[in-house]
Design a protein around this ligand. Structure first.
Ligand code: NAD
Length: 463
């Protein structure tokens, strides 16, 4: 690694000389076109680094194109100086201005190496910052190619530096030097980085782990429920922070739903290659072994396997469904981050909601039910996103709305205006006209108190 202080100095210089918001917006619209036009190059490198199915790699291309277009369109109007209600009507003119924080540090994981690097870099850059990005050590090439395409679209190189390396070296250097830290990864690392951000008093966003529930009500369309569940649990081989790892199904339809879901799961085509595969292989043999250990532990404690559950063949792990998982099995509460889900039967939606919320996490949840029922259930779930009649894609792709985690699933939000404004500092400028707020020497203190009290009482009545 080049000396980190050089990287930082280069970033600061580039940030001071950055293009205007309007110029950046044009660059990101060109980037939108470039990632779509050159998608096969991106898909190849994503697949080479992760082993995911081509269809799931394409989700990343879509995501980056959508994010580029969205923030390119909203950046200028979201960042512009805004009038606010002043302290005293007419006499106080108050505005809020926005400045970029400076250098945003991004530390990202391996599971979505295009999405989870670029989709935070895009709003950070559009907000006027420089970005220093550390991709995961397993997936640096995707980030480097994505950056190259951005330079070709017109972004000055020094404004966006991709620095591959380990968490212990590059990750720590970023955390100790950046002006805002954007982290996506495990809850354990998120806590450590949060401590550094807290000590340094810099802004920090953490998109962390999940143990996401899916609730299937008796009003659900069964074929749809089985399809939603298969997508929600096994997309990207379950290596997805918002993927479903536990399902609560109403007793009235439990048997039929289970049969349909097991059948759908067993039909999935798993392997490495082109568009025909429903699910790819896992990131490493080590990770496949870890996933299987969750199954072995649960089975040893009394769980039954309804699909999959066989030892991995290298990095290939079959999509797996468990039932009768006892309370002390590790899979019950720990995040697996693989193609493994367990099913439980519930007698009511109250019970389903209580069990869904009984977790340290709160990232994503899903409900399959008649829409009127599903909406009532959704509003009771403790999660940053809830998808109705979808697993995770509806909320994730609703880029205008915030997304992130409750409880141990994170801090702060990406997407929406939140995902742009967090990379800025606000400055409230309040201009007082004619009289001072305190009355000054013009008005006696007692008179001032009387006038203000009357004004407040009137305000209470009319405003
Ligand atoms: P991880 O925390 O081990 O690593 C993530 C990144 O942090 C990597 O780039 C790594 O090099 C870096 N890192 C690790 N230790 C570090 C340290 N001490 N200092 C600085 N940087 C450090 O996570 P992982 O296991 O690679 O990724 C999987 C986890 O990420 C899962 O828990 C998953 O749920 C979570 N995740 C969350 C989201 C989300 O949006 N909420 C998205 C994807 C993945």
């Amino acid at each position: 690694m080049t000396d980190f202080s050089d990287i930082l100095e280069t970033a600061r210089r580039a940030q001071r000389n950055r293009p205007t918001t309007g110029e950046l917006a044009k660059i990101f619209l060109r980037y939108h076109d470039a990632v779509l036009a050159r998608q096969s190059e991106l898909l190849d490198v994503i697949q080479k680094e992760t082993g995911k199915a081509r269809g799931h790699a394409f989700d990343e291309v879509l995501d980056v194109a959508i994010t580029s277009r969205h923030y390119a369109h909203i950046a200028a109007k979201t960042l512009k100086t805004r009038r606010k209600k002043g302290a005293l009507p007419v006499l106080t003119r108050t505005v809020v201005e926005r400045d970029p924080v400076g250098v945003v540090g991004i530390i990202s994981p391996w599971n979505y190496p295009l999405s989870l690097t670029m989709s935070d870099a895009i709003p950070a850059l559009l907000a006027g910052n420089a970005v220093v990005l550390k991709p995961d050590s397993k997936t640096p090439e995707t980030a480097l190619l994505a950056a190259e395409m951005l330079f070709e679209a017109g972004l000055p190189r020094d404004l966006f530096q991709v620095v591959p390396g380990s968490g212990a070296t590059v990750g720590q250097a970023i955390a100790h030097n950046c002006d805002y830290l954007m982290f996506t990864g495990s809850t354990a690392t998120g806590r450590k980085l949060g401590a550094i951000a807290g000590e340094r008093l810099i802004g920090y966003s953490a998109e962390l782990g999940g143990k996401n529930p899916l609730i299937v009500d008796e009003s659900a369309d069964l074929a749809k429920a089985a399809e939603v569940a298969a997508q929600a649990c096994f997309a990207n081989s379950g290596q997805l922070c918002i993927s479903i790892e536990r399902i609560y199904v109403h007793r009235a339809i439990a048997q039929e739903f289970t049969e349909a879901f097991v059948k759908r799961t067993q039909e999935m085509k798993v392997g490495v290659g082109g568009w025909e595969y429903d699910m790819g292989i896992l990131i490493s043999e080590e990770h496949a072994t870890k996933v299987h250990e969750f199954v072995e532990d649960a089975v040893a404690k009394g769980a039954r396997v309804l699909a999959g559950g066989i030892p991995p063949e290298g990095r290939l792990y079959q999509p797996t469904i468990l039932v009768d998982v006892p309370e002390d099995a590790r899979v019950k509460r720990e995040e697996v981050f693989g193609p493994l889900v367990y099913l439980e039967t519930v007698d009511s939606m109250d019970e389903a909601v209580a069990r869904a919320n009984d977790t340290d996490y709160g990232l994503n949840a899903s409900v399959v039910a008649k829409p009127s029922v599903a909406r009532r259930i959704a509003s009771r779930l403790h999660a940053g996103t809830v998808n109705i009649n979808e697993g995770f894609a509806a909320a994730w792709a609703s880029i205008d709305a915030p997304m992130g985690g409750w409880k141990a699933s994170g801090l702060g939000r990406r997407h929406g205006v939140e995902g742009l404004l967090k990379f800025t500092e606000s400055r409230t400028v309040a201009e007082q006209r004619l009289v001072l707020i305190s009355g000054g020497k013009i008005v006696e203190r007692e008179t001032y108190a009387q006038v203000m009290s009357t004004a407040l009482k009137l305000g209470r009545k009319f405003l």
